[in-house]
Design a protein. Structure first.
Length: 361
């Protein structure tokens, strides 16, 4: 929106999905890409690259901005061939770099090779969301460190995500919310196990899960499993929620026991709503939460530690309130979307200041 208001033309390219119509309603040009996130078929991927090359040759963009690893690699490759500037925003290292599955380990060297091939050049920058990912890219020598830019998160509208007008009564059942894509590496198994442990203690808690399975991701949790947990009374599943401020207003504690993140937007949104946070001491999450200052950190993959942290905040409401207030202050100071927009536009200025490269015929 900031680019459009500044007089720039914005073209969006993505696979078809539920939000495509909303993008067009906002006034953006949008083209459906013939892309499958899970495809490893070399012919299909080459056809996708050829299609994307045709779009770039026709549109002649000044900057190609790609999000997520696959889109960033493909966009940067075709952008380099057509002489465009390239900004690649990689929010987290994704399945290939975070999973220990054989498929992920086999793909890892190939993805690193492709990154080195497409992300180089003076008219290219990589935006990363936490210092650990910056260190990882630097150590892997994907590009020179002078091309890496750290911008913490995608930003949150702190005027829309605000503390609720009135806090819930302490006598009510305490609501513990987890919101995000339903992937195993988000720590959902530990969240469910923590619910099981605390229910066994007889605590007055309600566990709420918001989000939908992501069939395009190998780590997606089957809907049947989620319905089984709900049938056991361990969790209330809300599915995909569009009104996130309203959802956070109903929560007393927000948790995200993820194994690794870029910079988790759900935590930042919850922080802006002054919710007390519990998350894991892993890259991305520990940039949002400082332990005992604006939330609690627990080890990853440790359901018992997660359960103890939830119990601690239930037993100490003044502590929960202080942590939530501190989280709101941090969101305003570091994660407001206007800060992120300004820093992203500064990266665009760096790229466009370099002379345009001669496109490959």
């Amino acid at each position: 929106m900031a680019l459009s208001k500044g007089g720039h033309e914005v073209l969006l390219i993505s696979p078809s999905g539920a939000f495509a119509g909303k993008l067009e309603e906002l006034g953006f040009r949008w083209i459906a890409a013939p892309m499958s996130r899970r495809s490893l078929n070399p012919i299909r991927e080459l056809l996708l690259l050829y299609w994307l090359w045709g779009v770039m040759r026709r549109e002649r963009p000044d900057i190609v901005h790609g999000f997520t690893i696959k889109c960033a690699v493909y966009g940067a490759l075709v952008g380099r061939l057509t002489g465009a500037g390239r900004v690649s925003a990689i929010a987290g290292m994704g399945y290939v770099f975070t999973s220990n599955a054989l498929k992920a380990r086999l793909l890892r060297p190939l993805v690193r090779f492709l990154m080195r091939a497409v992300f180089g050049g003076t008219r290219a920058r990589i935006i990363l969301q936490n210092p650990d990912d910056v260190q990882l890219f630097g150590d892997a020598r994907v590009v020179g460190v002078e091309q890496l830019r750290l911008i913490q998160g995608s930003g949150v509208d702190c005027s829309a995500f605000t503390p609720p007008m009135a806090e819930r009564e302490t006598k009510q059942t305490l609501r513990v919310l987890m919101a995000g894509r339903l992937l195993w590496d988000k720590g959902i198994a530990e969240y469910i196990e923590a619910a099981r442990l605390l229910r066994a203690e007889g605590r007055n808690l309600q566990f709420v899960l918001a989000g939908a399975p992501d069939p395009g991701n190998p780590a997606s949790i089957p809907e049947k499993m989620i319905l089984t947990w709900e049938g056991e009374g361990l969790v209330e599943w809300r599915g995909q929620v569009l009104d996130m401020p309203a959802l956070f207003a109903t929560a007393d504690i927000v948790v995200l026991p993820s194994y690794r993140e870029g910079l988790p937007k759900s935590l930042i949104e919850a922080a802006a709503c002054a919710r007390p946070l519990i998350t894991t001491d892993v890259p991305g999450c520990r940039e949002v939460v400082t332990h005992c200052v604006d939330g609690l950190l627990v080890p990853a993959r440790d359901a018992h530690a997660l359960a103890r942290a939830i119990a601690e905040l239930q037993d100490d409401p003044p502590l929960a309130r202080r942590l939530g207030e501190a989280a709101r202050r941090k969101a305003l100071a570091e994660f407001d979307e206007q800060i992120v927009i300004a820093r992203t536009l500064a990266v665009y200025d760096e790229v466009t200041a370099q002379p345009r490269q001669t496109p490959t015929s």
